[in-house]
Design a protein around this ligand. Sequence first.
Ligand SMILES: Nc1ncnc2c1ncn2[C@@H]1O[C@H](COP(=O)(O)OP(=O)(O)OP(=O)(O)O)[C@@H](O)[C@H]1O
Ligand SMILES: [Mg+2]
Ligand SMILES: [Mg+2]
Length: 717
Amino acid sequence: MLVRSLVRKALIPHSLPIMSKQQTLGSFFSSARASASAPVAKKQKIEITTPELTPDPKTDSESEKDKEVVSESPNKPIFAVDDAKQLLSKETKESTHVPPISNSKPIPYSALADVFEKLEQESARLKNLAIASEFFQEILQSDRPEGLIQVTYLMINRLGPDYEPGLELGLGETLLLKAIAEGTGRAASQIKADYHRVGDIGLVAQQSRSRQPTMFKPKPLTVPVVFENLTQIARMTGNSSQARKIGIINKMLTACENQEAKFLMRSLEGKLRINFGEKSVLVALAKAFVENEASKRNKKGTAEALVQAEEKIKVAFSQTPNYEVIIKTALEYGIQNIVEHCTLKPGIPLKPMLAKPTKSITEILDQFQGEEFTCEYKYDGERAQLHLLEDGSIRIYSRNSEDMSERYPDLIAVVKAMKASNPNVNTLILDCECVAWDVEQKKILPFQVLSTRKRKDVQTSDIKVQVCLFAFDCLFYNGESLITQSLKERRSLLKDNLEPIEGKFQYAKGMDSSNVDEIQGFLDQSVKDACEGLMVKTLNGSESGYEPSKRSRNWLKLKKDYLEGVGDSLDLVVVGGYIGKGKRTGWYGGFLLATYNQDTGEYETACKIGTGFSEDDLKKLSETLKPTELSKPKGSFVYEKNNSNALPDVWFEPTLVFEVLTADLSLSPIYKAGAANYGKGISLRFPRFIRIRDDKGPEDATSSDQIIEFYERQANV
Ligand SMILES: Nc1ncnc2c1ncn2[C@@H]1O[C@H](COP(=O)(O)OP(=O)(O)OP(=O)(O)O)[C@@H](O)[C@H]1O
Ligand SMILES: [Mg+2]
Ligand SMILES: [Mg+2]
């Protein structure tokens, strides 16, 4: 596969510096996890209605090879060569009308707001890609091409990479409404009433601002000024921070013209609603670079170059999820060379490799016919990517690339001890599972125990639940990325160089065998040892490389509890609630759940759930979800409007993800998950709540593509 061969190529060891930590993690790049860019209805100002599904841009001429990439890889191309050609065509280019960028001045915020407006109004995917990439290209052709970094972050509604801790936008509605009232001189009650009517803080700000007479004209906002102000706001803490935040917002609001106020407020709220997700931003970047590089040679970008660049930028991003690094590297070395230069680097978490579910040992043997493989215990804890940096510092990242170092001071101490007893080790990236550990009995404890650990302000002295790290992969060792080496090689390197410490740092228990009885015995033993089942992985040859961000066929999971159902649990987004009756009066008694469609950015309903909750769960869920109630369903919700059985009593902002068990999947006329494929949606039968996935955001939930895959495997269609 092309993607895989690109990953493989990425190993070429080199000593070219990409960027110092200081440069990369520069002061104004602080983190904020994306809660943003959840796309909403198109072509509407005030009334929120459900948009029509965006037509699939794929054409009939799509090759079989493209289809395979599509079904297997999260790095799937958004378009095939034909679409790339269309995107590069003169007609598409001429219809974008993006604002020009002046050479001598910083990028005006009005230009970015203009592009946001165009994206919000336009619903065709290729058009949106063309608009964004034309704008990016304008920036690349100016004499400040690095301005693209801040523009990219503002477009995905973040202020830095995922893994930089602590800073988030997503200010509360009360603060923002207050800021609008103060900043525009309108009565707070009036602003509140408008908000309840309109349901969009951005529009309220824009309308309020347009009514306000201005005595003098303040300096227009620029992208760097907005970016720095947003960063300052995100960083502010402490008593007087609210007033200071409002102060900065007011100043910016006074300088806003036209749509600027709308997007500024939406950015602050953390919901940009431009219908242009992060995946599309990457593709638009690839296109802008391809065109820019070609134009320097007085040429036009070709469709082949565009398809290649798209794949490369995705691979590079999965290894180095940092737009500053990606953009600077593309500027320096060219877009087609970024994979070689954006290799792993301790301190930058890579997107973890994911596994495919299986339902039986025979299914595994079928999949791995003739290949050497290993079975490992599947520990039930929290994924932990451990980084040892050259300066001796240690970082631990979650499945979602969040920095968990503060949460696990005890683990940091373990790694320090490990480094001290292994003086040969200087830099390292390990993939591990962090599991609750019973120190006295020397045993693993269930996930539920781990989840009781404090998450914030953890002091070593008040840690009650001890943890042990189980390392299962070594991705980087002493200056060298290992991801293209075989698992066998990576595993020996790990075991040869690092001494385990009982109850603190151990290797995942493994067994290399292809004998059904032996595997069955090992599976049973894993469950007795408080594990979920097995992970089965190809061991040798190029197929066994580590594939960042990919849900790979080379990693299979076999979970004891799910062998009867579809092979795995699903992680679904809570989009609606049902008012509880009887014993559940006063709480929500059930919930409407949805899959996330990664291509359209929409939430497609999949089932109603009311089983598996304790009274305490329901009480807590009601407290958590109440403030996220919406007055209307979001435009990005896809649900059956004509059947009252499918409608919840209340709708929620998508924030929570439930892990859910199902007896099986069936087609249903009232649900919409994966409906693009079958006309009917795929729904869960007898869904049962297992737990809240607080390590997954709504966009990391089971995707509509995944539920289709689950259904097809079960139905064997
Ligand atoms: N030996 C192991 N090798 C790889 N992963 C392991 C191992 N032991 C435990 N794990 C954990 O198993 C996870 C994969 O299975 P799991 O079903 O728990 O995934 P998940 O987090 O629910 O994500 P998804 O369902 O999206 O795959 C890994 O992300 C890792 O956290
Ligand atoms: Mg798990
Ligand atoms: Mg799962």
